[in-house]
Design a protein around this ligand. Structure first.
Ligand code: GTP
Ligand code: NA
Ligand code: MG
Length: 292
């Protein structure tokens, strides 16, 4: 039936690039403008990811330190990123971690969009930055390639709307889809313990719809979802694919990068956790033997 057809989902974007090229400034600008647009009076939650609404479309941004999160998730097989925005400062051009970011994105087959940042600076040289990218296999559209590049100032917000349009255009090409109907699956973006609210965990839902009361397993942690909050701190009843959501009700704390699976009941959750704990103990016993 129509219900079981996979539906379009928002792109999940990671921002990468060299130290001080403006990743955090860009994320801050996006987060601020999204809060203003949604006119929500609450306290901004730093839950490791957030959504920006552009007209009828949404874009989800991972707000975790780029490389570490990307590598940790990839190494666990939890590919969470659809598109990498590569921030390159227009005064510096390509630097060591720019090259590393390009390598990581290419290895993971994740398309890149370049944000040539700091164009408000007098020393900015957009054309030189584009040419330096070419030496590393990133050929932007106006040099004959197929990589979108948008000159921006993250500090002033200049052309950030164009960058969002570029992301949506790339996403459209990719025809990103997920099932909305089935049990939820996702990945842990970050986890922490709050003195008042207990163990908290941000989950990026990747398919299915996560609802209150669902039983989840992530690593060796189980959860009966007691409450969920969006990136603005507002309570929500459910979370659909590509939506980051803070989940309360964990018995233990899962780790960033753990894959989240919805199971049928508490017994099934306990059985999976016990199996994983046993496997970990056996591995530890072997590791100890090797050390001796
Ligand atoms: P790391 O997290 O340390 O790798 O740095 P980052 O990439 O997050 O850079 P960050 O956003 O912290 O910016 C570094 C410096 O550049 C800060 O002083 C920012 O204010 C400045 N900066 C960022 N974007 C712009 C911009 O568009 N124009 C100007 N003039 N300065 C900027
Ligand atoms: Na910095
Ligand atoms: Mg930063």
């Amino acid at each position: 039936s129509e219900y079981l057809e996979p539906g379009p989902r928002p792109p999940v974007v990671a921002i990468m690039g060299h130290v001080d090229h403006g990743k955090t400034t860009l994320l801050d600008y996006l987060r601020q403008s999204s809060i203003v647009k949604q006119e929500f009076g609450g306290i901004t939650q730093h839950i490791g990811a957030f959504s920006v609404k552009i007209g009828k479309d949404n874009i989800s941004f991972l707000d975790t330190p780029g490389h570490a999160a990307f590598i940790s998730m990839r190494s666990r097989g939890a590919q969470s990123t659809d598109i990498v925005v590569l921030v390159v400062a227009a005064d510096d051009g390509v630097m060591e971690q720019t090259v590393e970011s390009i390598r990581l994105a290419k290895e993971s087959n994740v398309p890149i969009i370049v944000a040539i940042n700091k164009i408000d600076k007098p020393q900015a040289n957009v054309e030189r930055a584009k040419k330096s990218l070419m030496q590393h296999g990133i050929v932007v559209e106006d040099l004959g390639g197929d990589v979108q590049a948008v000159p921006v100032s993250a500090l002033k917000g200049t052309n950030v709307d164009m960058l969002m349009e570029a992301i949506l255009a790339q996403a459209e090409l990719m025809e990103l889809k997920s099932d909305y109907a089935g049990p939820a699956e996702g990945v842990v973006i970050e986890s922490s313990t709050d003195p008042h609210r207990g163990k908290l965990c941000t989950v990026l839902v990747q398919c299915g719809t996560l609802k209150r009361g669902a039983i989840l397993v992530a690593g060796t942690a189980a959860c009966r979802v007691r409450a969920m909050f969006n990136d603005l701190g507002a309570p929500v009843q459910e979370a659909t694919p590509s939506t980051p959501v803070q989940v309360l009700g964990w018995k233990d704390l899962p780790s960033a990068g753990d894959i989240v699976l919805q199971v049928t009941n508490d017994r099934e959750a306990a059985r999976i956790v016990a199996g994983r704990e046993k496997a970990l103990q056996e591995k530890k016993a072997i590791d100890d033997l090797v050390v001796i």
